[in-house]
Design a protein around this ligand. Structure first.
Ligand SMILES: Nc1nc2c(ncn2[C@@H]2O[C@H](COP(=O)(O)OP(=O)(O)O)[C@@H](O)[C@H]2O)c(=O)[nH]1
Ligand SMILES: [Mg+2]
Length: 277
C-alpha cells in the first residue's frame, strides 16, 4: 500500500514480518525499536496476550530519511503466527510492499516453517497479490540454539532456487536484525521507485498532445501548472489501494534515521541516505 503524497513529498511503505508462531518476529521489531533514535520512530504498538504471544499484530513506524526526494516512512508489521488467526494475517498483508519471512531454525520447527511459507503464498493469492512481485528476504533465526537445521537445509526447504537473500540471526541478541531490515528496505524501495517511474510514464502518456497553434500564455494562466508532475506538486496526492492503516500523524521527520544510540560497533550502521541507491 505504498502511499505517495506529491504535495508534501512524503512516501510510506509497508513491510510485514511473517513466519510461524514464536519464531521471533516481535523480537525483531522490539530490537529495532530499542536501537533506533526516538526521533526516527513512532511508538511501537503491540497487542499481546498474557502469554506473550502476539494476538493481533505489532506495528512500528520508522522514518528513513529522504528517498528520491520523498520523506520516507516504513511501517513494520508482524503477523500472529497461530493457525486460527489467519483472518488477521490476511488483513495485515493487505497492501504489503515487502516481506521478511522469519524461519525458526530449530529442527522440530521445519514443518511449521514450511506451513507458514505456504500459508503466506495462499494468503497473497487470495488478496490478488502476485507472490513473485513482492520483495522478500529470509531470516533464519535462533541460530544460538542447539538442534538447529543447517543453513543448507533451510535453503533447500524455503529457498531451493536461491531466489531470496537470507540472513542468519539471533534476534534476542540483535544479530542479523538490522542486516535483514536493511536488505528488505533496499529491495522494497527499489521496487517502489520502479513503480513510481512507471506511474510517471503512464501519466506522461495520457497527457493530451499540444494544440497545433498554441496561444501565447496569457496573464491568467501563466502560472498554472501544466505537466502532470506540476499538477501533482500543486496539491494532488495519490494513494495506492491497500490496507488503509496509514495515518497522517506520526513522528516528526528525521533525516538520519537508524542512528542507533549505543549500538555495538560490530553492527553495520543503517544510514538512510544510501538506502535508495
Ligand atoms: N534463543 C533464542 N530465542 C529467541 C530468538 N528470537 C526470539 N526468541 C524467543 O522466542 C520467543 C518468541 O519470540 P517472539 O518474538 O514473541 O515470536 P513471534 O511469535 O514470532 O512474535 C521469545 O521467548 C523470544 O525471546 C533467538 O534468536 N534465540
Ligand atoms: Mg509476535
Amino acid at each position: 500500500m505504498v502511499f505517495f503524497n506529491w504535495a508534501t513529498m512524503q512516501m510510506a511503505a509497508k513491510i510485514v514480518y511473517y513466519g510461524p508462531g514464536l519464531c521471533g518476529k516481535t523480537t525483531n521489531l522490539s530490537y529495532i525499536y530499542a536501537k533506533t533514535a526516538p526521533s526516527s520512530r513512532g511508538e511501537m504498538v503491540s497487542l499481546e496476550t498474557e502469554t506473550d504471544r502476539t494476538l493481533f499484530f505489532d506495528l512500528l513506524p520508522l522514518e528513513v530519511g529522504k528517498v528520491g526526494g520523498f520523506r520516507t516512512r516504513l511501517q513494520l508489521y508482524t503477523v500472529p503466527g497461530q493457525v486460527f488467526y489467519n483472518t488477521t494475517r490476511k488483513l495485515v498483508l493487505k497492501g504489503v510492499d515487502g516481506i521478511v519471512f522469519v524461519a525458526d531454525s530449530q529442527r522440530p520447527m521445519a514443518d511449521a516453517n514450511l506451513e507458514s511459507f505456504t500459508n503466506l503464498k495462499e494468503n497473497l493469492q487470495e488478496l490478488g497479490i502476485d507472490f513473485a512481485s513482492v520483495p522478500l528476504v529470509l531470516q533464519y533465526n535462533k541460530r544460538d540454539l542447539k538442534n538447529i537445521l543447517t543453513v543448507d537445509e533451510l535453503n533447500a526447504a524455503l529457498n531451493p532456487d536461491g531466489t531470496y537473500q537470507y540472513f542468519e540471526a539471533v534476534a534476542t541478541q540483535g544479530i542479523g536484525v538490522f542486516e535483514t531490515l536493511k536488505a528488505i528496505t533496499k529491495a522494497t524501495l527499489k521496487t517502489l521507485r520502479a513503480r513510481m517511474a512507471a506511474q510517471e510514464t503512464r501519466l506522461e502518456e495520457v497527457r493530451p498532445p499540444p494544440a497545433p497553434t498554441p496561444a501565447p500564455p496569457g496573464p491568467q494562466n501563466h502560472f498554472l501548472p501544466r505537466s502532470p508532475r506540476q499538477r501533482r506538486r500543486a496539491g494532488a496526492s495519490t494513494t495506492a489501494t491497500g490496507g488503509g492503516a496509514h495515518s497522517s500523524s506520526g513522528p516528526p521527520a528525521c533525516g538520519g534515521a537508524f542512528a542507533q544510540p549505543g549500538h555495538s560497533s560490530s553492527r553495520p550502521s543503517f544510514g538512510a541516505p544510501g538506502l535508495g541507491a
